[in-house]
Design a protein around this ligand. Structure first.
Ligand code: GLP
Length: 239
């Protein structure tokens, strides 16, 4: 595990973007596992700036996202497909046909999960998986309670619904289910880049990095990854 403890969010974003950008330079057709949430937004902004400067070319990059709310289609402003289009894809020269997000509208969620894992396999797995961290230690939408390998439907916990309600008009609008890549998809990535900032993440981050590996704190499984990189700020990892 390598930990980069940065002064603030801007520095976290710069370093995360530099790592993703250098992978794209080394492997123009890399497969990026991408994440939503507020934490990666700064890194996406830096990647857009690098593209605009002419320093990065996304034309051959493939992406697989971690998760999607159940019941929201890509035109819904709260969907993760919409988020990815607006925070990154619409601003770089990526071919959207090469960008994949789990299907939140599938009637048969289990079949959609299996199909998503087949898609990841057909791409040859991910080169780098970017991860944010839930306040309760979730990664993607792998909520506390069980380690589940495949992409699956999950019932969101109260804590996650409350944390994510800040992005909705009302907590009653937050979907109660999601479809998420499971630990197989995450742990088979050749590199994992976990980003976290702010004091609200401190307890989960400390537990994830230094506590026991337990389904009660899903991110703790990352300790077992051979190539885990953590980029966080001082508030998320106080001394
Ligand atoms: C959501 C996403 C996660 C993300 C988490 C933290 O629940 N499903 O992938 O890591 O939120 O979000 P934030 O970065 O906004 O704190």
């Amino acid at each position: 595990m390598r930990i980069y403890r940065e002064k603030d969010y801007a520095a976290v974003s710069r370093r995360a973007a530099a790592m993703i950008g250098s992978l794209i330079l080394q492997k123009p057709d890399c497969v990026l596992g991408l994440a939503t949430g507020s934490t990666p937004i700064g890194a996406y902004q830096k990647l857009i700036e690098a593209y605009q400067r002419g320093d990065l070319d996304f034309s051959a990059v493939r992406t697989v996202n971690l998760d999607e709310y159940r019941g929201l289609d890509g035109t819904n402003e709260q969907s993760y497909r919409y988020f990815m289009n607006h925070q990154l894809f619409d601003h770089v020269n990526i071919d959207k046909a090469n960008t994949f997000v789990p299907d939140g509208m599938a009637a048969d969620g289990e079949a959609a999960g299996r199909a998503y894992d087949e898609k990841i396999k057909s791409l040859g797995g991910t080169d780098l998986q970017l991860l944010g961290l839930g306040e309760n230690g979730h990664i993607g939408f792998n909520e506390p309670g069980a380690f589940i390998a495949g992409t699956h439907i999950v019932k969101l916990t109260r804590s996650t619904i409350e944390a994510n309600s800040r992005l909705f008009r009302d907590i009653s609008e937050v979907p109660t289910q999601a479809i998420t890549m499971g630990l197989w998809g995450i742990m088979t990535s050749r590199e994992v880049l976990l980003v976290a900032n702010g004091p609200k993440k401190a307890a989960a981050l400390r537990g994830a990095l230094y506590g026991p590996v337990t389904p009660d704190l899903p991110a703790s499984v990352l300790q077992l990854h051979p190539n885990l990189i953590v980029v966080c700020d001082e508030a998320a990892l106080p001394e």
